[in-house]
Design a protein around this ligand. Structure first.
Ligand code: SER
Length: 495
């Protein structure tokens, strides 16, 4: 439960933030370097991203936060070789607890692969230095307008609130106190944890939404850009069992989200890196990323990144475990390539563009380029042979469909499990089958996919998504949709 802000924080701002005095917008690569260099200059060891396959935690599918590789340093299980570190950690969220796969491509912020920038103190500095360093970076080096920033602190963390007042000169209405898990970060049921303070950016009043802690907090106006965790405790089986020997700092800033802020755009797909990837996908398919085709290009751009980085880190497509998740991601992208009319395997042709953009920061990507291309190509060839069989099954199942009819659960399940049809595409095709020429509005009356899932016997808690068979470009097109506002979980790009 979040406490409510006493005084709503409202202001009117132009679209783009103030940028550091320079001629051009900073690129995503420059933003990453600025962050790492800033903390290196403050005595932090620059640590290269750990592989996406966790080296120290067999229970975790993929690394999904910057602190994961450092977990044992926080708990004291291992001795850190340096007291401070900074990294840009590769993260994947496409399975397990934080599974965003079905949203990706349809919203402004969901990604299966993202980079988490972080600075870490292993029993070295604590709250004051962390807050002061964070404030200096965002307001000086990133040159964000302090008037458009606000923070949250844990409900009883008077110390953090006092530091924010001193460092940023914030009044009480800019320091929102939040109770519960929103401002208490834990790795999971086990591991280090502690209260946190989060920095929010205000996109301005042209965007619906309220500040954190307000009834409208789920809108897109205020976005969290940085989480600073004061690691103080350790959990076992979801209970706090001890205080950490030395209080520590763990921070996480989503690079792609920070890039949207610094480039003055709202969707991650409008940032420089994604624009380049989407342009490559447009060229390769001779289609534009507009209208109904836009989500397909966005899916392809995102999934190209997660697939390529996973393959570079040694994951190969298979029918179980990590390989199965990779196969689902790859096939979802390949199905979208097919939707765009690509008659030959597409994904491998986009790898050189990705390597040109990200290979300097991640040499392992460049080293694995040939293997990534080959793996993608072979999988797409295999997928195309099963695709036509799946299409035939689908077409038979929906023959004579009328509005209100539902695709039977067994067919939906077979399409998904045997033929690799992602659910969103099954829904898209289902809607098209029943409404070959009707309006978007009438398609929205379709029975929800939740009932279809329930009938498969595989129902699981999942929020509605915009992928119910009507085209939707970004969250900003349909701000009132519940799919765009499923709580703070949406506002975070990480666990
Ligand atoms: N571990 C925290 C998070 O993921 C801060 O890095 O938000």
């Amino acid at each position: 439960m979040a406490s409510r802000a006493a005084t709503p924080y409202m202001a009117c701002f132009p679209k783009a933030p103030r940028l550091k005095a320079r001629d051009a917008m900073p690129s995503l690569n420059e933003i990453r370097s600025t962050f790492l260099n800033y903390f290196a200059a403050d005595g932090h060891e620059k640590v290269h991203s750990a592989p996406l396959v966790p080296q120290n935690d067999p229970t975790l599918l993929f690394v999904n936060a910057g602190m994961v590789p450092f977990k044992d340093y926080f708990t004291g299980a291992a001795k850190p070789p340096y007291p401070r570190a900074t990294s840009s950690q590769k993260c994947v969220r496409a399975g397990g607890k934080h599974n965003d796969l079905d949203n990706v491509g349809y919203t402004a912020r969901h990604l299966t692969f993202f980079e988490m920038l972080g600075n870490f103190s292993f029993g070295d500095y604590f709250k004051e230095h962390a807050i002061e360093r964070a404030w200096n970076l965002v307001t000086r080096d990133f040159d964000l307008d302090p008037k458009r920033l606000m923070v949250t602190v844990y409900i009883d963390d008077d110390e953090a609130a006092a530091i924010w007042k001193k460092v940023a000169g914030f009044s009480d209405d800019k320091i929102v106190r939040i109770a519960g898990s929103d401002n208490f970060w834990a790795m999971g049921e086990n591991g280090p944890c502690g209260p946190c303070t989060e920095i929010f950016w205000d996109h301005g009043d042209s965007v619906p939404g309220g500040p954190p802690g307000s009834p409208d907090e789920d809108g897109d106006r205020f976005v969290e850009i940085w989480n600073n965790v004061f690691m103080q405790f350790e959990k076992e089986n979801d209970e706090i069992v001890r205080k950490l020997e030395k209080p520590s700092i763990d921070t996480g800033m989503g690079l792609e989200r920070m890039t949207t802020v610094l480039q003055g755009v709202h969707s991650v797909y409008e940032t420089d890196l994604f624009k380049t990837l989407i342009a490559a996908s447009e060229d390769a398919t001779s289609t534009r990323a507009e209208g109904e085709r836009k989500p397909s290009h966005q899916v392809i751009a995102d999934h190209l990144r997660s697939s390529s980085f996973l393959i570079a880190d040694g994951v190969t497509p298979s029918n179980e475990g990590r390989g199965y998740v990779l196969r689902r991601i790859m096939r979802r992208a390949m199905r979208h390539a097919h939707l765009l009319g690509a008659s030959d395997p597409l994904m491998h042709r986009l790898v050189p563009t990705l390597v040109a953009e990200m290979g300097a920061a991640y040499p392992e990507l460049a080293r694995a380029q040939a293997f990534i291309e080959d793996t993608l190509k072979q999988e797409e060839i295999r997928f195309r042979t099963t695709l036509s069989k799946g299409m035939a099954l689908f077409d038979t199942a929906v023959q004579g469909f009328r509005p209100g009819d539902m695709l039977d659960g067994q067919t939906a399940f077979t399409l998904s499990d045997t033929y690799g049809f992602p659910l969103d595409l099954t829904r898209t095709r289902r809607a098209a089958a029943a409404f070959p020429s009707t309006s978007k509005a009438s398609r929205r009356r379709w029975p929800s996919s939740a009932s279809a899932r329930a009938r498969t016997g595989r129902a699981r808690a999942r929020r509605p998504t915009p992928a119910n068979g009507w085209p939707c470009a970004t969250a900003w097109d349909r701000p009132s949709s519940p799919a765009m506002t499923p709580s703070r979980d949406r506002a975070r790009s990480w666990p």
